[in-house]
Design a protein around this ligand. Structure first.
Ligand SMILES: [Zn+2]
Length: 186
């Protein structure tokens, strides 16, 4: 499971919808191991590394809280070409807030709901920042700083780390793994 079950000050009691979600595991006394940030951060198997690899990006720097953000040389100098590449890889068109139209030399990326990393990406020297979700302030920040912002889907950007870890463990330990993908429009 990608996210921890008890997250950001949530009530940790196993009742209601959370009880429903875990009902089969509880009935059969099966343990559950759920994690989130380590999977984003891992330099080769993590969500950001896997996303970057699919887009042809190689990280040479990290930024933001817990160094979850990745940054590297751009693969497309035009924002349009970069957006088209993303659409092809992710199978969905990103929401693009153009900056000042500068050619892209460096891009930064962080999968999922990392819109709050935009300022750190700008400070790290990115000409464009790619993440999953956008909130209202990022549109203004893009226009005012000239750095383009691309919201490409939380799920769409964050679905390759878990199967990569599964394949890694399967190859190492000879165990079976199964990645269950549940699509999400967000
Ligand atoms: Zn996430």
């Amino acid at each position: 499971m990608h996210h921890g079950l008890v997250w950001r000050g949530q009530d940790g009691r196993i009742v209601g919808w959370l009880r429903q979600r875990l009902a089969r595991l509880l009935a059969h006394e099966i343990s559950l191991f759920a994690y989130h940030l380590p999977l984003d951060a891992h330099p080769t198997l993590g969500n950001n590394a896997q996303l970057g690899a699919r887009l042809g990006l190689v990280a040479d720097a990290r930024f933001g809280a817990q160094s979850l953000g990745f940054a590297g040389a751009a693969v497309d100098t035009s924002l349009q070409d970069f957006a088209a590449r993303i659409a092809g890889v992710l199978g969905r068109a990103p929401t693009v807030v153009a900056g000042d139209g500068r050619p892209l030399a460096r891009v930064a990326w962080c999968s999922g709901g990392a819109q709050g990393y935009f300022e750190a990406a700008i400070a790290a020297g990115a000409d464009a920042f790619l993440t999953g979700e956008i909130s209202e302030p990022q549109a203004h920040l893009a226009r005012e700083t000239g750095v383009a912002f691309l919201a490409c889907g939380h799920h769409a950007t964050e679905r390759w780390g878990a199967p990569a870890v599964g394949e890694h463990l399967a190859a190492r330990l000879g165990i079976a793994h199964r990645f269950i993908e549940i699509d999400n429009p967000a």
